[in-house]
Design a protein around this ligand. Sequence first.
Ligand code: AQP
Length: 337
Amino acid sequence: MSSAFTPRVFSGIQPSGGLTLGNYLGAIKRFVDMQADDFETIYCMVDLHAITVWQDPEVLRRNTRELCAGFIASGIDPEKSILFNQSQVPEHAQLGWIFNTVARMGWLNRMTQFKDKAGKNRENASVGLFAYPALMAADILIYHATHVPVGEDQKQHLELTRDIAAKFNHDYGVDFFPITEPVIEGAATRVMSLRDGSKKMSKSDPSDMSRINMTDDADMIAQKIRKARTDPDALPSEIKGLDDRPEARNLVNIYAGFADLSPEQVLAEVGGKQFSEFKPMLADQAVAKLAPISIEMARLMEDTSEIDRILHRGAERARAVAAPILKQTYDIVGMVS
Ligand code: AQP
């Protein structure tokens, strides 16, 4: 990557439902860590992405505000980081259109998230769902972001973002967009469903028992962990012992994510224990970390005017970065202004 670019972090989350433990460990917790490092940090509620699958307008409004509350309650400081919702910075959609002309059909056809989300009824999926990764590339590159913290499921979209930047630079003979670094780190980059260790934990899974929601109270968190699917064996002491045990591996990874340990370190501590002993330990960790966040989220949601003010101010700050980059892009492409 060219060193001409200022280190800048961008990432987003869809307000397509309530936040899950997957979003927390895979994304938000790491957003907070990067805020403390020497980066400019820009975090976004990607509402334009959310509507690629139909959303009830009232629910979308509530989810956007609740997501903002989740960011703040988890430790994102709206003074330090730029926090806003995507639709209020029109440069995202404008650059997204340019990238629709750069991305190739063949590239988008390979995206596994589209295949998973469109399911068998692909003919009936929205065009937006198909074009989603080009808009995601625009979300990142409209800020010349150099680092993007995400969960494992977004790896392919970030590779596409790099391909789009490289093709744009090549087609127009410039070195304008950075080749962004994905930051996929830690033990919990892919938190799995509590009911099925082969499926990603997701906000849109029909089973509420499959996930921990950031708004769940302490009793609910403990109950979901108690009922999480496992196997009858004790936990191994070595990581190899988790091979072919996806549910056991998932709970170990979640514990490691909360405790800021590696899975190896967790197994050194809990190897030999039965799940009847390990699950309460995990529940204690989860409740200690998540319950204060959910209480703070509820408090922030009591006065949404303060959230709206934060989003409005965040959008202004974001536009100040995005507008000159869009203008330069238009100049490069040949738009008369
Ligand atoms: N299970 C997960 N484990 C680790 N990271 C995860 N992320 C999501 N689920 C997990 C990360 O959270 C960020 C925001 O994701 P998103 O909400 O924008 O989209 P998604 O990945 O499609 O999340 P969901 O929960 O599965 O949403 P729905 O159900 O609406 O499709 C990303 O960094 C993602 O990697």
